[in-house]
Design a protein around this ligand. Structure first.
Ligand code: ATP
Length: 291
């Protein structure tokens, strides 16, 4: 096999709690992750040697700092592979957005190369390798919906959100994940999620309650610095979103809608202000190999 096309999807967080810090400074988290149907197309082509990255998005690095490059490098070194790859990333997922765009590209490369080079790695093997690249990579391989614990790597599959529309809106600001965590005062949090309650809401498919209970402790840090977050949330609620919250460390804000008309109207209005606005469904799977 010489070439493969993959679809790799973004995630949102339905809750994020930060429980503490490990000795190595990694934060211990409890998060509910949900895959959404907003995807990048990744093409992997076998070449004679080396790793080449190509992207249609100017904000995606094409050198060895690209996490997709790191994924290919990891596989090549671990399995002593002499062949090379050209990885072309067609971006639809906003970059540096809190949507795991880079992580899902890396997940696609691991899944794709496993198939292309017949490495016979199981999903668990791939997730273990993914963790060496970033805490969100294992979830991107698993997909669907899951609770993430530890530093994000202990994943338990759950029933996700269904039959709702998710409106994604990424304001044009750059937020560093490192900065958000550095400015988070774990002991001074005024509001934290009750993860068990939210999981029950999901189990009972009680979207109204879930939308009210959603909470992301990172939101206060980003919201205090950038007024756009609150403004977008307000607009979503004005348009009858059941709930609206920031994903990851931001700056993307999402809204959950049970009414398509309302969601479309909200999209039209927000798109006038923020170009990167998308109305999507949730998605049940992980990385998709096409054809
Ligand atoms: P997460 O939700 O996992 O924190 P994110 O959505 O906030 O991820 P990314 O889109 O992964 O953020 O991008 C973060 C940074 O990583 C970007 O500023 C970019 O320079 C770099 N990067 C490296 N590889 C990629 C990639 N394949 N796609 C996008 N950005 C990448």
């Amino acid at each position: 096999m010489e070439s493969l096309n993959l679809k790799c999807r973004a995630k949102i967080n339905l809750s994020i709690d930060v429980l503490g810090k490990r000795a190595d400074n990694y934060h211990l988290v409890e998060m509910i992750m949900q895959t959404i149907d907003l995807y990048d197309n990744v093409n992997i082509e076998e070449i004679d040697s080396g790793i080449i990255i190509d992207s249609d998005n100017e904000y995606v690095p094409t050198d060895s700092s690209n996490i997709a490059y790191k994924a290919a490098d990891l596989i090549k070194r671990k399995f002593n592979i002499n062949k090379g790859v050209k990885i072309s990333i067609n971006k639809n997922i906003p970059v540096a957005a809190g949507l795991a765009g880079g992580s899902t590209n890396a997940a696609a490369v691991l899944v794709g190369l496993n198939k292309m080079w017949d490495l016979k790695l199981t999903e668990d093997n791939l997730m273990e390798l993914g963790l060496q690249l970033g805490a969100d990579v294992p979830f991107c391989i698993l997909g669907g919906a899951a609770v993430a614990e530890g530093i994000g790597e202990k994943l338990t599959r759950i029933e996700g959100l269904e039959s709702v529309k998710i409106l994604i809106c990424k304001p044009d600001i750059l937020v560093s994940t490192k900065w958000v965590y550095e400015n988070l005062d774990i002991n001074g949090l005024s509001k934290r999620p009750n993860t068990k309650n939210i999981l029950n809401n999901l189990k009972e498919n009680d979207v109204q309650a879930l939308a009210k209970n959603m909470c992301n402790v990172l939101e206060s840090v980003t919201e205090n610095e950038y007024t756009q977050i609150k403004e977008i949330k307000k607009k979503m609620i004005e348009h009858h979103a059941l709930g609206s919250m920031m994903s990851g460390s931001g700056p993307t804000v999402f809204g959950i809608f049970d009414n398509l008309d309302c969601a479309q109207k909200a999209k039209e209005e927000l798109k006038q202000l923020y170009k990167q606005t998308y109305l999507v469904n949730t998605y049940k799977g992980g990385i998709e190999i096409e054809g």
